[in-house]
Design a protein around this ligand. Structure first.
Ligand code: ZN
Length: 400
C-alpha cells in the first residue's frame, strides 16, 4: 500500500483549491498510487464515509489501487466517479513550474492532473463534503468510485471496481463523472455519451522483385492504395441526432523498404474509427470487410484484423437527470451547456452498464500538456455546480 498515507489533514477538504493542490502533490502517474487515493480515503473517512480500497490484478500487469466510498445506506445512490492517476509530465525542463508542486499564480493552479482530473475530482469531493455537513440527515446516499487506472490500460480500474461493487450488492441510480468536458468555459458542455473506437490492421501481400522486371513481381502498395481509397471513398454515415458522423482515420502506413530498386513484398496499414450509435464494433467490422472485399476483387491479396475493443458508442438519453445537470450548470454559469458526445472515450463507457451517466468537469484545454493548469474560478464553479446538483437531486428524492 501507499507509503504516504497522511495521518491527519492540515487543511479543510471542503475547499476545492487546497484539496486539488494536495492531490497534485501526490505523484500518481499510472500505475503509481502516489498517495492520492490514501489522501482521499483519509478525507472521506473523516466526513463519515465508509471507505474501501480494493486492489485489482491481472497477469502481466501492475496491480492497481482503487477507492470506493459511500455515505448513507438508502437509495437513491448518487455516484461521483473519477480517477486520480495522471499521465507522465514529459520533459520536466519544458514546464515553467514543478508539475507536482501545485503552484498558484495569477488565479491559475499549475500541475499534472490539474484539469485531468484531480481538479474535477477535488471539486466534487469538496461539494459532497459541504452538502453532507449541512445536511447530515439527507435522504439517499453519495458514493465515490475512484480508480488509479484510467490513463493506463484501464483494465484494473473502473471496469473491475464496478463489478466488485455490484457483487457486494451496491446499486447505483445516477452517476456524475468529473472528466474535463469544457472546451473553453465552464458553461460550454456536458457529455451525455461517447463515440466508440475500433482499430483495424490491414496487410496487403505482394511478390517481391526487381523494379526493372515488374512482370515478375507484384507491388502490394498498389493494392493498399486501392483498398484505403475504398475505405475513404464514402462516409460511413451522416451522423445522428446526438452524434457527429463516424470517422475513419488511417493512422499509419508502412512498407519498410529501404531499397529504391526493389518492389516490396508486403504493405501494412492501421486505421482507427470513432463511431456513433448507428454501429456496434461487429456491424462496423462487417461493413469494412465488405468494402475491402469489393475493392480487392480477385487481384488484391489482403488480411484484415480488428483489435478487441470495449469502447462502444453509448448515449444517456436526455431526460430529467440530464436536464438536472444542465440546470445546475446554467444556474451557476448563466448559460445553458451543450449536450455533447464528442471527444475520446472515457470510463463512462463502463459506468453506463450500471446507471445513467453524465460527464461534466473543468476546462480541458491543457490536459496532458506541458504546464497543465486550471483556473481557481473554474474549480469554485465546479464545486458550486456539483453542490447545487446534489441538493436538487436529493430534494427531488425526498419529495418523490
Ligand atoms: Zn481523465
Amino acid at each position: 500500500m501507499s507509503q504516504t498515507t497522511p495521518a491527519s489533514l492540515d487543511f479543510d477538504p471542503a475547499d476545492p483549491v487546497t484539496l486539488t493542490q494536495a492531490l497534485i502533490r501526490c505523484p500518481s502517474v499510472t500505475p503509481a498510487e502516489g498517495g492520492a487515493l490514501a489522501l482521499l480515503g483519509v478525507v472521506l473517512s473523516a466526513e463519515g464515509f465508509s471507505v474501501e480500497r480494493p486492489v485489482f490484478s491481472e497477469p502481466g500487469m501492475p496491480d492497481i489501487e482503487n477507492l470506493y466510498a459511500r455515505i448513507g445506506s438508502e437509495g437513491p445512490v448518487f455516484v461521483i466517479a473519477g480517477h486520480t492517476d495522471v499521465v507522465p509530465p514529459g520533459d520536466l525542463t519544458a514546464w515553467t513550474r514543478d508539475p507536482f508542486s501545485a503552484e498558484i499564480e495569477g488565479g491559475v493552479l499549475y500541475g499534472r492532473g490539474a484539469c485531468d482530473m484531480k481538479g474535477g475530482l477535488a471539486a466534487m469531493v469538496s461539494a459532497a463534503i459541504r452538502y453532507r455537513r449541512a445536511n447530515p440527515d439527507a435522504p439517499g446516499s453519495i458514493a465515490f468510485l475512484v480508480t488509479g487506472d484510467e490513463e493506463g490500460p484501464a483494465v484494473n480500474g473502473t471496469v473491475k471496481l464496478l463489478d466488485w461493487a455490484d457483487r457486494r450488492g451496491e446499486r447505483f441510480d445516477h452517476c456524475l463523472l468529473g472528466e474535463p468536458t469544457n472546451p473553453a468555459a465552464m458553461s460550454d458542455m456536458i457529455k451525455i455519451g461517447r463515440r466508440g473506437s475500433l482499430t483495424g490492421k490491414l496487410t496487403v501481400q505482394g511478390i517481391q522483385g526487381h523494379v526493372g522486371y515488374p512482370h515478375l513481381a507484384q507491388n502490394p502498395i498498389r493494392g493498399m492504395v486501392r483498398l484505403l481509397a475504398a475505405l475513404d471513398a464514402a462516409p460511413l454515415d451522416a451522423g445522428t441526432e446526438h452524434f457527429d458522423p463516424s470517422n475513419l482515420e488511417v493512422t499509419t502506413l508502412d512498407v519498410g523498404n529501404p531499397a529504391t530498386n526493389v518492389i516490396p513484398a508486403q504493405a501494412r496499414a492501421v486505421f482507427n474509427i470513432r463511431f456513433n450509435d448507428l454501429w456496434t464494433p461487429q456491424t462496423l467490422a462487417t461493413e469494412i470487410e465488405r468494402r475491402l472485399r469489393e475493392a480487392a476483387g480477385n487481384t488484391v491479396r489482403y488480411e484484415i484484423s480488428f483489435e478487441p475493443t470495449n469502447a462502444v458508442a453509448f448515449l444517456t438519453q436526455p431526460g430529467p437527470f440530464v436536464a438536472m445537470v444542465a440546470d445546475a450548470v446554467e444556474a451557476e454559469t448563466g448559460k445553458r451547456p451543450a449536450l455533447s458526445t464528442t471527444g475520446g472515450t472515457s470510463d463512462a463507457r463502463f459506468i453506463k452498464n450500471y446507471c445513467p451517466v453524465v460527464e461534466y468537469g473543468v476546462v480541458g484545454q491543457t490536459m496532458h500538456q506541458i504546464d497543465e493548469r486550471v483556473a481557481i474560478a473554474d474549480l469554485v464553479t465546479l464545486e458550486r455546480v456539483t453542490h447545487r446538483l446534489l441538493a436538487t437531486y436529493f430534494a427531488a428524492a425526498q419529495h418523490a
